[in-house]
Write a protein of this length. Structure first.
Lengths: 435, 225
């Protein structure tokens, strides 16, 4: 029997078209099973990729930069600025800027909180597209032109209960060798309130002008250089070598991956664990395919006799049933992956719908259970945006989607191998004698 | 005429623990090309067993079956498949049609299995359905056909690969008298017109005199009528 004939028979075994019959229930069950098992896997993968990428990009573009050039012994502004010019000329570097950083205690009208202060020049916002992309001004504007300019992240602004135009005092500790630290309070005017969309950055960050930052943070290692490159997610080894060639003694190249490795690794591990758990569900669905194939073979015993008496080889019969399993897995996989992608792409809308539905449901039941009490409408939040990104990002890696499809179809086909072999070994005589 | 089938000293014994059941006892038979051989016998006399052995669906305990130069009893699985595909056409008592294949698909299936291109298989199947006067029901499923029509489809199917030997195991056993007559008449006329050899087993003794030769199988022993 040709491959085409085997495929034809395998397909027809699955789809019963005779009058009054609409196919084996188990076949439909196995199809739905494999499809449903893939939906969470695809959603988890797409959303996890999106979340990791969303968080990593914010860290990399706003927080750490792609690469930092650090001098832990200490340096001065002139050396840093001259080095920035040299670094900017290095092939592959798209932008370089000096910055100063340190910790401070911020006092507002009605609160205080610790902040990570970064001194950068206005040009960073104007010239670095990556930085600008993830800084969304909620109030005021990105203005670091004045010496007393201060930009606060939403979390810090909320804690201090301040708005643009308000005054905030930053208390900075300066240490001197062999002496007690000296606290220095400096007053700033809030020029704008921004969000990066990620709670960890939004809860601690504040920006002041580069000049003011360099004047305030004088500890060794406070002055550094931020470097942006063309592709921060590919290997940074080459560019690191090139940068090391132009660096002066005591300067070190630190990539974003070095700085955020534990966080990045923990995200990747969580993602792998989730994918693994979801993959187990696919394995269960594959076992379901195997049992469905056993049922299919049982229900097709008479057909097997007919085929054998018509000259079909046992291998042809096995191959036809193997194709049945393959087709079933392939159809289920395609349906599941398509449904998963649709769900993942619309995950924000789906979550919003569920939240709205649950909120209305709870409000409605509360009004029935307590009819004489004044009811406040309930707003249920499934995911607290304070701990995640404000909007769940999605990133479809077609490479991974195709890998999932391949593995799922392979598993389903593998699961149908033994029932298919058994189908080929059925002896026509046993069935004929039963008739 | 040349010999198309020769059976020599054929025994079939089923063992049931300590007890042996001799179904066929020392059967010898020679069948000539293009002849119609009717074998009658009561239920349980071994008729179906004999046909299953000739068709390569079962293996004998002892003896030889030689069909078209093939020693059927000693063929391996692959050769048996080829033998069933090219040399034998089966018609069973129960029509044994694939229930979710149309009449046309059922008839063309053995040709399709044998590697005949779909269009050619379809052409042959339509031609045979025309001969059994069922071409207008070609797209009907077995459940939509009457018992007689189903057996006609089975007859057409047995001829699609142009096998020299047709094995009919009580093909009219499940039909009423009128339909049984129609199917028998159709089968004999097709066998004659396509120049096939027919081995027809039945419990119906009224078939005596219909074929070229009539044999009786009684308690596993075959004798001329």
């Amino acid at each position: 029997m040709s491959l085409k004939s085997s495929l034809f028979l395998g397909y027809r075994f699955l789809f019963d078209r005779s009058e009054g019959r609409r196919g084996l229930k188990q076949v439909k069950g196995a199809f739905i099973g494999i499809a449903l098992s893939l939906v969470p896997l695809v959603v988890v993968l797409v959303v996890a990729n999106g979340m990791i990428e969303g968080i990593t990009r914010r860290f990399v573009e706003v927080g750490t930069s792609h690469i930092q050039l650090k001098n832990y012994i200490g340096t001065d502004r002139n050396s840093v600025e001259s080095l920035v010019q040299d670094v900017s000329a290095v092939e592959g570097v798209t932008f370089a800027f000096p910055f100063s950083t340190g910790l401070a205690l911020a006092y507002g009208e009605n609160g205080r909180t610790g902040v990570t202060v970064k001194g950068i020049s206005q040009s960073v916002y104007e010239e670095d597209e990556g930085f600008r992309q993830y800084i969304e001004m909620k109030e005021g504007s990105f203005d670091l032109k004045e010496k007393d300019s201060l930009l606060l992240s939403v979390g810090v602004a909320q804690k201090l209960d301040v708005k643009p135009g308000d005054e905030v005092r930053l208390v900075i500790a300066r240490s001197f060798p062999g002496r007690r630290p000296v606290l220095r309070p400096v007053n700033f005017t809030v020029k704008g309130i921004f969000t990066t969309g990620y709670y960890e950055l939004d809860g601690l960050s504040a920006y002041i002008s580069y000049e003011q930052g360099a004047a305030l943070f004088r500890d060794p290692g406070s002055l550094s250089i931020g470097v942006k490159v063309e592709d921060p997610y590919s290997s940074l080894d080459d560019i690191t070598l090139k940068l090391e060639e132009v660096l002066k003694p005591n300067w070190h190249v630190v990539t974003w991956y070095d700085l955020e490795k534990p966080v990045y690794k923990s995200f990747q591990t969580t993602r792998m664990l989730l994918v693994f758990i979801m993959f187990l569900i696919v394995c269960v669905a594959a076992v379901n395919i195997s049992s469905t194939m056993v049922m299919l073979v049982l229900s097709r015993r008479q057909d097997i006799v007919i085929l054998k008496s018509a000259g079909a080889d046992p291998r042809d019969i096995s191959r036809s049933f193997f194709f049945s399993g393959f087709i079933l897995s392939a159809f289920g996989t395609c349906a599941g992956v398509a449904a998963g992608l649709v769900l993942a792409v619309n995950i924000n809308e789906v979550v919003a719908f569920i939240e709205k539905f649950l909120s209305n449901f709870v409000t409605f039941f509360a009004s029935i259970l307590f009819p004489f009490q004044e009811q406040k409408s309930v707003h249920i939040k499934l995911f607290d945006p304070s701990f995640y990104l404000e909007r769940i990002p999605v990133r479809i890696s077609f490479q991974e989607v195709f890998l999932i499809m391949f593995v799922s179809v392979a598993l389903g086909s593998l699961a149908s191998y033994i029932p298919a072999r058994r189908a080929g070994n059925i002896r026509p005589l046993e069935i004929l004698q039963k008739h | 005429m040349s010999e198309v089938l020769r059976i020599e000293g054929l025994w079939k014994v089923y063992s049931n623990g300590s007890e042996d059941l001799e179904v066929l006892k020392d059967i010898s038979l020679s069948v000539e090309e293009n002849s119609v051989v009717i074998i009658t016998g009561e239920s349980g006399s071994g008729k179906s067993t004999l046909l299953n052995l000739v068709g390569g669906l079962d293996s004998p305990t002892k003896g030889e079956i030689i069909s078209h130069g093939n020693k059927v009893s000693s063929l391996g699985e692959d050769d048996l498949t080829t033998y069933r595909r090219n040399h034998v056409g089966f018609i069973f008592q129960f029509h044994f049609l694939l229930k979710d294949f149309t009449a046309l698909e059922n008839v063309m299936l053995p040709a399709y299995i044998a590697g005949v291109p779909k269009k050619e298989a379809q052409r042959r199947a339509l031609d045979l359905l025309e001969r059994v006067r069922l071409v207008q029901r070609k797209n009907h499923y077995p459940a939509e056909l009457s018992g007689g029509e189903r057996q006609k489809v089975a007859v057409a199917r047995s001829l699609i690969n142009d096998p020299p030997l047709i094995l009919a195991d009580e093909p009219t056993g499940n039909l009423d008298e009128v339909n049984a007559g129609i199917v028998k008449e159709l089968l004999f006329s097709l066998v004659r017109s396509y120049k096939k050899t027919l081995l027809f087993v039945s419990h119906d003794i009224s078939l005596k005199g219909v074929g070229d030769r009539h044999l009786v199988l009684e308690h596993g022993v075959l004798r001329e009528s």
